[in-house]
Write a protein that binds this ligand. Sequence first.
Ligand code: 0O2
Length: 196
Amino acid sequence: MNTQESIYGAHRPALEQVMDGLRRHIENIRSEMEQKLSMDPIEHCLSRIKSEESMREKCRRNNLPETTESALNILTDAIGLRIVCAFVDDVYTIRDCLKESGEYEVVKEKDYIRHAKPNGYRSYHMILRTKAGYFAEIQLRTISMDTWAALEHHLKYKKSVGSRAALIEEELKRCADELASTDLSMQTIRDMILEA
Ligand code: 0O2
């Protein structure tokens, strides 16, 4: 393959279209929930097409050839959306709304909220497939989970920590667990307000 050519071949406009369609779909879910709850369930929503360099790097990491086939049909996160909610319950309500949609097929789900990764990472991941066969990864999480993931990602790029690595990992895990406990308390407070 010519290295000057995009790994997405001629599919870039279609990927942009799918991403915009998903954003619109999420906005509709948001409006419907806002009417029911009298509260906006989404703090913010980010979307991106994975950069050329990150996609090529991910292919190399997975021992895949750097081809359009790998980028679009073997790896499934060329399109990515991150939905950040204030409360844990809203994550699951949005998940349910996405699953009910006839437009997108859910091909994979990972609940790293109920089953946190050993390092403390929490988030709900879904892989959706459009009728035209494009994949998108949706990450749903609370503000606390998002803050932790951003800081942990940031720290990964810091210089080698040598003998303190184990202690740092332990501290990161402790922070993740404390944030998860705060999320549960905030959810309880919200439920009390809604019931009142
Ligand atoms: P980028 O640049 O963030 O997109 P799989 O083949 O499905 O088992 P994969 O693709 O690693 O493996 O899927 P997984 O576990 O669902 O993770 C996908 C994405 O979740 C990652 O994307 C990260 O964005 C995020 N993520 C997963 N684990 C962690 C973690 O421990 N810390 C943080 N900060 N983020 C995490 P990529 O492809 O790694 O990169």
